[in-house]
Design a protein around this ligand. Structure first.
Ligand SMILES: [Ca+2]
Ligand SMILES: [Ca+2]
Length: 292
C-alpha cells in the first residue's frame, strides 16, 4: 500500500525510486564474506558479494536509487543491485518515490515477496540516460547549437529518446565556437574582424580547421628577372605577391605588392643576349589581412 507525503511535487525533476530495508530488517556481514538479513527473531542468508558491498549495504537503511544502480557500470553497482534483488525476493524491502535526494512523495510497502517496481518507458523527446528507458529503444545524444548555424558544441549535450533533436540542439558536434554563427566547419569566407567575444580573444579560426589561416599569407613580395632574352620571348619579370616588410596580422593593414613596374620591354639587340634589368622596384598598396 502507499502513503502520501505532504511535500509538494517538484514537476521539473524525474521521480526516482529508492529501495531500502523494511523497518524490522537488519543486515549483518558474516566472517565468510556473506551477508545475512535478520528480522523478527529469524534470519536468512543472502549470499556472498564482491568487495565493498558489506561496507555499502548499511546505506540501504536510508535507501539506494534503483535507476542509478541499474545504469552504473561499476562492479559494486551490479553487486549491490543483486543484493537488493535478493532482499526483494524475501519481501524485506520498501520503496520510496520522490525527487532525487529529496523527501519521499510516496512510500511503497509491498504486500508480497519478490515485488519489484517498474519504470514506464519514455516516449520520444523525453530526457533519458540509457536506451532501455526509451519506448523507441534509442536514447540519443544531441549537441547545443546556441548560435543557430547548424553545428553543435561538443561540450554541451542533451540525451533524449528518439531521433528528433530537442529545440536548440543538433546531431553535429563540430562547431569550434557556438557563440558566432559565422564560425563553423566549411566556412570559406575570409574575415577582417575577430569572431564574437564568446569565441575567445581575437578568435579568427572561422572555419574550425587548421588553426588560423591568412588570405594573403605571410611572405614578402619580390620582383625578379628571369630567363634570357629571345626575339620571341623577352626577359620576364616574375612577380611574387607578398608584404613589403612583415605580415601585419589578421585585421591589420600593411603594404602589399600591387605590381612590379617594368622599365622594359626588354630590348633584345641580339637573340640570346642577356638583358639588363627587366624588373624595377615593386609598387605597393595598402591591404588588410583577412583570416579564417
Ligand atoms: Ca558557430
Ligand atoms: Ca582555420
Amino acid at each position: 500500500m502507499a502513503r502520501s507525503s505532504s511535500r509538494k511535487r517538484d514537476r521539473r525533476a524525474t521521480p526516482s525510486v529508492c529501495a531500502r530495508l523494511a523497518g524490522h530488517v537488519t543486515l549483518a556481514a558474516r566472517p565468510d564474506g556473506s551477508i545475512e538479513a535478520g528480522f523478527d527473531g529469524g534470519s536468512v542468508g543472502l549470499g556472498t558479494f564482491g568487495a565493498g558491498v558489506a561496507e555499502r549495504a548499511p546505506a540501504l537503511r536510508v535507501g539506494l536509487p534503483l535507476a542509478a544502480l541499474a545504469a552504473g557500470r561499476r562492479a559494486i553497482d551490479k553487486d549491490i543491485l543483486r543484493l537488493i534483488r535478493r532482499l526483494a525476493g524475501h519481501g524485506l524491502l520498501e520503496y520510496g518515490v520522490g525527487s532525487p535526494g529529496g523527501t519521499d512523495q510516496a512510500v511503497i510497502e509491498p504486500q508480497v515477496a519478490d515485488y519489484w517496481p517498474r519504470t514506464p518507458k519514455l516516449g520520444d523527446g523525453a530526457t533519458c540516460t540509457g536506451n532501455n528507458q526509451c519506448t523507441s529503444g534509442a536514447c540519443n545524444i544531441f549537441y547545443r547549437d546556441a548560435d543557430g548555424d547548424g553545428y553543435g558544441a561538443a561540450g554541451t549535450t542533451k540525451r533524449v529518446c528518439g531521433s528528433a533533436a530537442p529545440s536548440g540542439y543538433v546531431t553535429d558536434a563540430t562547431d569550434c565556437c557556438d557563440a558566432d554563427g559565422m564560425v563553423h566547419p566549411g566556412q570559406t569566407g575570409w574575415f577582417t574582424t575577430a569572431a564574437a567575444a564568446g569565441c575567445g580573444a581575437s578568435f579568427y579560426n572561422y572555419d574550425c580547421v587548421n588553426g588560423v589561416e591568412s588570405q594573403y599569407g605571410a611572405g614578402l613580395a619580390s620582383c625578379t628577372t628571369m630567363g634570357s632574352c629571345t626575339a620571341a620571348d623577352p626577359k620576364q619579370c616574375v612577380e611574387v605577391d607578398g608584404w613589403q616588410t612583415a605580415d601585419p596580422g589578421c585585421g591589420n593593414s600593411g603594404l602589399y605588392l600591387d605590381y612590379c613596374s617594368q622599365s622594359l620591354p626588354c630590348h633584345c639587340g641580339t637573340e640570346g643576349e642577356t638583358c639588363g634589368s627587366a624588373c624595377s622596384a615593386p609598387v605597393f598598396k595598402m591591404q588588410q589581412q583577412a583570416c579564417h
